[in-house]
Design a protein around this ligand. Sequence first.
Ligand code: ADP
Length: 229
Amino acid sequence: MASGNGSTGEPIVRVEKVAQRYGRKVVLRSVSLEVKAGEVAALLGANGAGKTTLLRILSGLDAPERGQVWLGNVPLTNAGHEIRRYVGLVSHRPLVYESLNGLENLHFFAQMYDLVEPEARIEAVLTAMDLWHRRYDPVRTYSRGMIQRLAIGRAILHDPPVLLLDEPDTGLDQESVAVLTDLIAQLREGGRAVLVTTHNWDRAERWADKIFYLADGSIEDGAEALRQR
Ligand code: ADP
């Protein structure tokens, strides 16, 4: 397991007894977890276990039916528009513009986040994502891995304290996974709270300080689930 400085950080993400249903289907029964500053947590679970559902709740896209979420000291329900500044989300859809080039995409999102003089930050992010050399090429010419790296770049652009990464490694080539692994280490170093879902146990172990396993709508200790695998 990766070793971070997480044990000393403040809880940045706090989830208490969150429940969610779609129609009559119970997806999350009672989910509680914490992610601290400088901590990387991996969320594992079978397809349909509810990982995306939980991340959508944490990013303010869906309201939970029951339970509470705090981001820092602020209950999610009161976070309003501030949540966009507080959370960076990499979802299954890359949410980047194919007709624009990489540089234009990040300029667009920098404007959305009201970043002042974003040039240096955009260059740093494109460089970290190994896309600086392709910055003038339209995104439609990018490989799948490059598009995913740009989507990750969009999520970290405003340097939010919380990063929610929903299967960021799906469809990535080895080189892109290495870029992602470096980034996750940097986010930990920078005191960010990271919650990442993946289907890859080995990666979860490599990336994360702790592993949550979602099954039957509740969280189990991932280390225990791993032993029983
Ligand atoms: P995971 O990310 O672990 O694969 P999801 O959170 O995507 O799981 O889905 C959990 C369950 O909730 C699945 O059975 C899925 O079909 C269902 N589900 C997800 N979103 C919706 C929705 N908007 N309407 C109805 N059912 C949904």
